[in-house]
Design a protein around this ligand. Sequence first.
Ligand code: AP5
Length: 227
Amino acid sequence: MIAGAPAAGKGTQCAKIVEKYKLVHISVGDILRDEVKNGTPAGKKAKDFMDRGVLVPDEVVVEMVKARLAEGDVKQRGWLLDGYPRSASQAEAIEKEGIRPDVFLLINVPDELLVERVVGRRLDPQTGAIYHLKYSPPSADIVSRLIQRSDDTEDKCRVRVATHNANVDAVVGYYKDVKVDIDGTQSMQDVFEAICTALDETIAKSDPLEQYCKDEPAADECRVYTD
Ligand code: AP5
């Protein structure tokens, strides 16, 4: 799971994580925006809440996430859940299903940096790539096709940040045992390296031979023989 305030860098890092670790990226914000764009019943319910920068009700979100987590590609490749859970009730809903992350990445960025990141963000509708006019500038040939999210204004950002701050402690409470704090004020590449360290350690811990070799480094199975 990856969590953090609006514009903390979740989407940016998820693109890099899925490229390296081949997980299925499930972004609840992206799924909801697709539902809104397609005018589905769920999208019609979600739109007003998203426009206001507050949480979409659980009745829309929870089943949507559970259904996506049950799909074949997710079972095969594993999941990277971005933007869920955002409240105690959402965490509770998946706890009941026995769905828990191996690691909970919390990207920390002070509130005062978030507004600048939000208002400078631009998205490429053709590739899904995320840019920032200052921190990750697009090339001149694609600038004209880039779009800005309707909730990426200063006022809406402040509401979204307040919503995040009101809920984050309750969510973190469910995942204290697997939480890794990431300093999101670093460069995008340094943030990614910190995330890779956390993921690699988690993978190593879940490999029984790796763990055994850590505990018993002199054991025969742990020696490397060369010709
Ligand atoms: P969602 O789409 O999830 O938005 P969010 O949480 O507000 O997060 P963002 O997508 O804004 O930011 P990000 O952290 O992905 O940052 P990014 O990488 O783009 O949710 C939208 C709405 O949907 C919610 O408000 C709510 O209404 C609804 N919703 C979603 N999930 C829900 C749920 N579970 N329950 C109920 N409702 C839900 O980066 C931002 C910018 O910063 C970019 O321009 C990027 O280039 C730049 N940047 C990134 N990293 C760095 C860095 N290290 N240094 C400098 N710049 C950087």
